[in-house]
Structure formats: C-alpha cells, structure tokens
Design a protein around this ligand. Structure first.
Ligand SMILES: C[S@@+](CC[C@H](N)C(=O)[O-])C[C@H]1O[C@@H](n2cnc3c(N)ncnc32)[C@H](O)[C@@H]1O
Length: 314
C-alpha cells in the first residue's frame, strides 16, 4: 500500500500495482528462491516472488510505506503491546504461525460477539462501530503499519476497550488463527480492486476466500462486503452464490433501476457503458453500521457507484 491507503481508488490501485523491490522483498510469503550456491536470488519486480504468495496464490497486497513517524510512532511504541495482537510469525512479518490460535475471551477479558474487519485501513469503520456497540468486541486485520498505528491512536483517544488490531495477512487469520465458528460478523469494506484483468487474480474476495470466511463464522453469522468497483461487486456476488456455506440475504433484490449495477452500466464509470438493466439483483441496502469513510467519499466524488452485499452463514 502507499503511504495513504484511503486515497482515490485509482491511486490505490496504482500504488498496489507498482512494486518496489526493497520493501516488497521483505514481505514475501515464501522464502526467497535460492541459487545453487545457497545465496538468495534477487527478486525480479513484478514476478510471482516479488508479489508474494500464500498457499501458491498471490497475496492481495503490496506493502509499502511501513515506516512510522511522530504520533503514529509514539502510539505504536506506547500501546502496541496491549492493543496489537502479538502473533508468532511463520515465513514473513505479516504471516501467522499456523499453530497459533487467538483466544478472544482472554484478550478482551469477557465473552462477547466478535466482529472481524479485514483490511481495516485507517480504522474509521471499526472505531465507529466499536463506539456504537460496546457490547461487541472488534478485531481489525490489516497489513499496513501506518494504518494500524492510526487505528491504535483512535482506540486510545476514544478510550475503547473493545478493539484490538492484528498485523497479518487476512487469509492466514481466517484459516488458522481464529477458532472455527468463533466470529459473529466478518466485514470486508473496499478491498483493493486489482481492476486490471491481469491483476484480478490478486483480489482477496475469490472462490478460495469464501470457505475461509465460512470457517470462522458461527452459524447465522454475517459476511458483509462493500466495493466501488462494479466488476469486483459482480465477482463478490458470484463468490457468495457459489459458496454452499452462504445464503445471500438479499437474493434477487434491487434489480432494474434500483440496482447499483444498472447505475454503473449507465454511467460507464468503470465498465463499458450500456443501458442493459441488471435483472439479477442480489444487492444489500447500505449497511447502516458502515460509516462514510474518506475513502468512500472520494469514490462518490469520482462518480463511482457503491455496492453493498451481505451473506448469512448457513
Ligand atoms: C482500499 S483499502 C480500504 C481500507 C478500508 N476498509 C476503508 O474502507 O477505508 C484496502 C485495505 O486492505 C488492506 N489489505 C489488502 N490485502 C490484505 C490482506 N491480505 N490482509 C490484510 N489486509 C489487507 C490494505 O492494506 C488496505 O489498507
């Protein structure tokens, strides 16, 4: 990610698509390839190794701008030991050791519904929700160090006891770190769009991701998503529909002129312009627990259409 993860969607994508060998190499999800004499082979920008992989799939982020300064550094120094989950690492500093299991009751000192936000950015959504819902606990999952530090600053300034952050690659958090069935809601708001066709494979929400979310959600739990990219929204809809563990809570809703997809097609803002109405629907109303972040605000200003989705764990 760039230094500012909530810049315009276009610059976000540009930042994510750029690669910087010095920082990216530090975040490989696999050991660097070795030459015959055992020395590390230099990482080729744009290669699979430079992008980093997890379980043979490219990770959904390129980490950049990991340095902290000023208040963020101070907040990290003063509070990360209590507010950031101390994760044993595996093969990189964003990986989670597969034997590590998070104990929410011990961490929060109580039993309460746990909400997990994946890719929490600067923490605006999770902080707002935690203030509104003191009876719930929140875990913010993010790889971007300045975003985590800023979230910690907000936890402290709002005197919140019900939020923790974890610096980790989300699929690892979902596949091993969180106990099965231990989460009441999983939120994925505005994941990096990776909108170029050649980069679509780096999108987080894809067929292999749904079973990971299903694993951690308790029966009846909710998976909420939002995006401002119509092709990603369609992909999210397909992923949820194809996953037998989930039911679309708004199946068939918002078709024709009520559909955000129809609006995106008419405007041609991020897809080929067309007057073909969306006859399928399946879109959720805006989740009222999701505040308008600066990220979404910029999307609105750029004329982009916002899509909300919600799936229930069967
Ligand atoms: C476009 S930003 C959106 C941030 C926030 N949800 C918002 O709406 O303002 C996407 C965020 O997801 C994070 N991210 C991407 N891939 C991730 C992964 N595999 N694990 C954890 N966080 C990830 C990025 O670092 C970035 O901060």
């Amino acid at each position: 990610m760039s230094e500012n993860p909530v810049s315009s969607p276009e610059s976000l994508a540009t930042a994510a698509e750029a690669s910087a060998t010095d920082t990216v190499a530090q975040h490989l999800e696999q050991p660097a390839p070795r030459t015959e004499d055992g020395s590390a082979r230099p990482v080729t920008p744009g290669s699979q190794a430079a992008e980093g992989t997890y379980r043979a799939q490219p990770v959904s982020f390129v980490r950049r701008g990991t340095r902290l300064q000023g208040r963020r550094q101070q907040a990290w120094n003063d509070h990360s030991d209590t507010l950031a989950v101390d994760v044993p690492r595996h093969i990189s500093d964003t990986s989670v050791h597969p034997e590590y299991v998070f104990d929410a009751e011990e961490e929060f000192g109580r039993t309460a519904p746990l909400v997990v936000e994946i890719g929490s950015g600067l923490g605006d959504a999770v902080i707002h929700a935690a203030k509104e819902n003191p009876d719930k606990d929140f875990l913010a999952v993010e790889v971007y160090t300045p975003g985590l530090a800023q979230t910690i600053q907000k936890i402290v300034s709002n005197e919140l006891n019900n939020v923790r952050v974890v610096q980790a690659n989300a699929p690892e958090v979902l596949s091993t770190m969180l106990p099965a069935g231990s989460v009441s809601e999983v939120w994925v708001f505005f994941p990096d769009p990776w909108h170029k066709t050649k980069h679509n494979k780096r999108r987080m929400v894809k067929d292999t991701f749904a079973p990971l979310v299903a694993r951690v959600l308790a029966p009846g739990g909710t998976w909420r998503l939002a995006t401002d990219w119509s092709t990603y929204a369609e992909q999210m809809l397909e992923v949820g529909a194809a996953a037998e563990e989930f039911t679309n809570m708004h199946d068939g809703e918002r078709t024709g002129s009520d559909s955000p997809l129809t609006a995106a097609r008419l405007s041609g803002v991020d897809c080929e312009q067309s007057d073909e109405p969306d006859t399928v629907g399946g879109w959720a109303p805006r989740f009222d627990g999701r505040i308008l972040t600066s990220f979404e605000n910029k999307a609105h200003k750029a004329g982009r259409v916002i899509f909300d989705l919600a799936f229930r764990r069967n």
